[in-house]
Ligand binder design. Structure first.
Ligand SMILES: NC(=O)c1ccc[n+]([C@@H]2O[C@H](COP(=O)([O-])OP(=O)(O)OC[C@H]3O[C@@H](n4cnc5c(N)ncnc54)[C@H](OP(=O)(O)O)[C@@H]3O)[C@@H](O)[C@H]2O)c1
Length: 129
């Protein structure tokens, strides 16, 4: 974090929670902004975490945090798709997919997903009817 963000993090789109977010929280710049979209690292915690972790970093750095729900921006899906498609064609956006062949392999793929075995978006390819 220190090497990649020597001046601190101004904007954090939080999609994971857990240790990754804790590392970012330690490097936030003054008046940083956080959009909290997902906390995937915490969904399967056993036992579930009780109550919020410390948010004292919000005080000293004067941080603002806000929840983000994709449905609130449904009116922007069209323009977003157009922009993302263009970025993909220009090579500015890259993504990874992990494709599993056949619906019969979906349960095993799902268990693998929860164990962190896939790399990138996990998709199940279903044969044409
Ligand atoms: N707010 C909303 O409107 C909204 C809507 C949809 C989804 N979400 C949230 O968005 C997030 C991503 O969803 P998605 O559908 O894109 O899922 P996804 O395709 O399965 O991607 C999950 C990503 O999280 C990473 N990840 C999984 N467990 C992790 C952990 N314990 N620590 C660090 N990274 C971890 C994975 O890394 P690897 O590739 O290295 O395994 C993967 O890159 C989730 O938190 C989900 O709840 C929010």
């Amino acid at each position: 974090m220190k090497r990649e963000c020597p001046d601190g993090v101004d904007v954090y789109f939080d999609n994971v929670g857990g240790d990754v977010s804790a590392a970012v929280h330690r490097r936030l710049a003054l008046r940083a902004r956080i959009a909290i979209c997902g906390q995937v690292a915490e969904y399967n915690q056993v036992p579930p975490q009780g109550g919020p972790r410390s948010v004292s970093f919000v005080i000293s750095r004067r941080v603002r945090m806000e929840g983000f729900l994709v449905g609130d921006f449904a009116h922007l899906y069209g323009p977003a798709l157009e922009r993302l498609t263009r970025w993909l064609a220009e090579g500015r956006l890259r993504y990874r997919e992990d494709v599993v062949d056949g619906l019969e392999n979906a349960p095993r793929a799902f268990i693998g997903l929860l164990r962190g075995e896939n790399r990138g978006k996990l998709l199940v390819k279903v044969a044409d009817p």
